[in-house]
Ligand binder design. Sequence first.
Ligand code: ACM
Ligand code: ZN
Length: 751
Amino acid sequence: MNLHFVSVILIILFGTFNQILFAQAKDVSPILPSPVVYKRVKGNLYLPKKLSLNKSEYPENIRSQFDVLLEKFHKLNTVDTTGKAFIRLRKLKNVPKDFYSIAVNDYLLISYSNEKSLFYALESLIQLIQTEDDIKYIPKAFIQDYPKFEWRGLHLDVSRHFFTVDEIKKYLDLMAFYKLNTFHWHLTDDQGWRIEIKAFPKLTSIGAYRDSTVSRHFTSQPREYNKEKYGGFYTQDEIKEIVSHAKQRYISIVPEIEMPGHSRAALAAYPEFSCNNIQKPVPGLWGVYDDIYCTKEESFQFIESILEEVVNLFPGEYIHIGGDEAPKTRWKHCENCQNRIKENNLKNEEALQSFFINRIDRFLSKKNKKIIGWDEILEGGLSPNAAVMSWRGMKGGIDAAKKSHYVVMTPGSHCYFDHYQSKSKDEPLAIGGYTPLEKVYDFNPIPSELNTNESSFILGAQANLWTEYIPNLKQLEYMAYPRAIALSQSLWCHDRPSYNSFFKTLTETHFLFLDLLNVNYSRSSLKPNIDIASIKNGISIKVNAHDSLDSYKTQIIENDTIVEVFDLKSGQPLSIKSTEKNMTMTDLKFTSTKNNISSGIRIMRHLGLGATTNYITEPNPQYNYNKSLLTDGQYGARPWRGHEWIGFDSSEIVFEIELATKKKVKNININFLKSNGSWIYLPNKVLIYKKRTKRWRLCKSRKVKNEKTKFKINRRIRKLRFVIRTHEQIPTGLPGAGHTPWTFIDEIEFQ
Ligand code: ACM
Ligand code: ZN
C-alpha cells in the first residue's frame, strides 16, 4: 500500500469529519492479525444493544457467523432495518485483493471489495468492540486492511491421530477468526487412511485402523505399545460437510493423498500395489517405512481411481500428493520398477520418483487441478506444473521459485508446530525441536536469496501440525495457539508491529478471546526466560519476565522438601554454589506474582558446577546456545528438543574445563546423547588430559559404550583438557550414512 493511496481513502471516508487525530506513535490495533492501517480518532462510538443493518446486503453465511460471534463475545445482536443502518456497507472497486476498511465514527461504515473481505471486516469488527461497566463501545478509528500473502495455512495430520468432524470444524472456525485461509488436510499416512474411497472400501475397513500404538517418545527404549485398536475415517458425506463449512469461512481445503511413500495403511489394505505383494499391518510406530507404492501400471490405476473421487470432493485448486520420505529400497529390487526405469530411459530411482509424480501431475491437470508436493519432488526433476512445499528448510522453495514454480514455505525451523514452544521441563511430550512464539513471529517466507520476480512465486506459508504426540483436540489447540496467530501475523501484515507490541495485544486481549472460544491455548510464551551463567564456584540464575515489573515467589526444594521461600525480582541474580562433597539435586520453582504461571528448573550440584569451559573446537552455533551449558547443573533433555545440548559436527572435539579451585575429584561423568535418527551418535573415544608443569599429560582414556561414560579420577585437579574422537563416518545402513556423525554432550559432572 502506498501512502498516496492511504490518504485518498482517508479523504473519501473522512472528508466530512475533521477530527482525525494523527497520533505521533503508531496506534496499536486490538485486531490480530494487525491491519495495514489503524488510525485512532478522538472519542468512542457507543453501541446500542441491537446493531441495525440492511439484511439484503449480507450473504446468509456471513450474517449468521457475525451474529454468533457478536452474541458470544459481546452479548449483542443485529436487527434488520430498511432505513439508515448502524452498520453501513459500501462496495469498492479497484482496491487491492481482499481489501476492506472500517470507519468507526458516528456509525460504522464498512467498505469492502468482495464477500471474503466483508467477512474479514466483520471478524475484525468483533475484535474492536470493548466493554466498560457493561457499556459497549468502539474507540473511534479508521482501519484499512488487506493480506500480504495469498496462502495462509494450517495443516493437520489426521492419520497419526484422528480428529472428529466437530473438532475439524472448530479448528476451521479458529483459523477463520485469525484470517488463515488454507487448510492442508493430511488425510493419509502409514498409520491410518482417513478418507472413504468408494472404489476401494478396504482402504477404510482395513487401512483406517491400527492394532496398537507406540507409547512415550518413539525413541524411548525399550519400546512399549498400548495394544489398543485405534482409528477412524471420514465418510464422503462428512468430507462434503467439512468442505462446505470451510467454504463458508473462505477457507480452501488442500487434501493430501500421500504417494509414493507413507503408504503403509493403503498397502495394508491392498498389498498388491506394493513391490513385493507382502501384506503388513497398519503400523503403530512412527517413522519412515521402506514399503511404498510400486510403479507398475496397476498401482497407478489404483491411485488414479482414488484421486478421481478426491477431485470430486474438493473444489479447491490444489491437490497435495505428498512425495516426502520415500525410500527407494523396494524399487531397487523390484522387477516392475526396474523395467519402468529401462523402458523410460530413466537415470535412477530418483528419476523414477519424478516420473511417478509427473504421471500424477498429468492426470490431475486433466481434471483441472494443480499439484503441490513436499520438496523431495524436486529430486530427479520437478514436474512442469508442480508447486513445492518447502519443509526441509527454505532451500527447496528457493530452488523451485528460481525455476518459476509456485512455493509454499513451511520450514521446520519456524513452521513445525509439533515442536516444543518453551524450554520448561513441564511442556507436554512433543516430537522434539524448539519453535517458540517469538521465532514464529520473526518468520519471513521470502528468503533474501530471491529477487523480486522470483519472490512473486512464494504463495505464502503454513504451519504443520503432525500429530504423533498430539492425541486429542486439547493438545492440538495447545500446540497450535497462540503460534498460529503469530504465523498469521507474518503472513497477513505488510509491516508487522514489534514482537513486544504484538505480545501485549495477544496476552492482554486475545487470550481472553481464546478463553471465550474455549480454546486450550498454551500460555508458555508468558513463562520467563531463565538465564544461567557461570560465576566463581557456582552458577547465577536470572529469571527474566516479559514484564520487567514482575517478581517471582521462589521456592528452593531439596529432597521434595521446601527449604527456602523468597521473592525474586525479574532479572535479579540468584546464585547457587557448587557442592564441596557429594552431588545433590536442588529444584527451583518460580511462580509469577502477576500471572501465577510457574516455571521450574532442576540443578545437579556437583563439584564442577559453574566451572568455565574453554572451547578449542567451536560447537556448532546452531546448538551452542549457552557457553556454561556443560557445567550448569542441568542435563540435556530427552527426548532431544533441538537445544539444551552442545552439538559438535567435527570428528575431533577439544575443550578445557577449569574448576574454581583445586578439588579432590573421584569421578567425572560425561553425558552423551544417542539419537541415531537425527544423525547423533556416541563418539568413539574420550581422552582426558591434566596439566602438569607446562604440558598436557594424558590422565584417562576410554572407549564410549554408553550415553553416560564414567572416568575414575581420584586426585586433586583444577584444569582438564578433553579430547573426544568420533567415528570417521556414519557407517552404511545407518541414518546419515557417509556423513560425519553429530556429537551431543551435556552435562559433565564432577563427583
Ligand atoms: C514432512 O515433515 N515429512 C513433510
Ligand atoms: Zn515396484
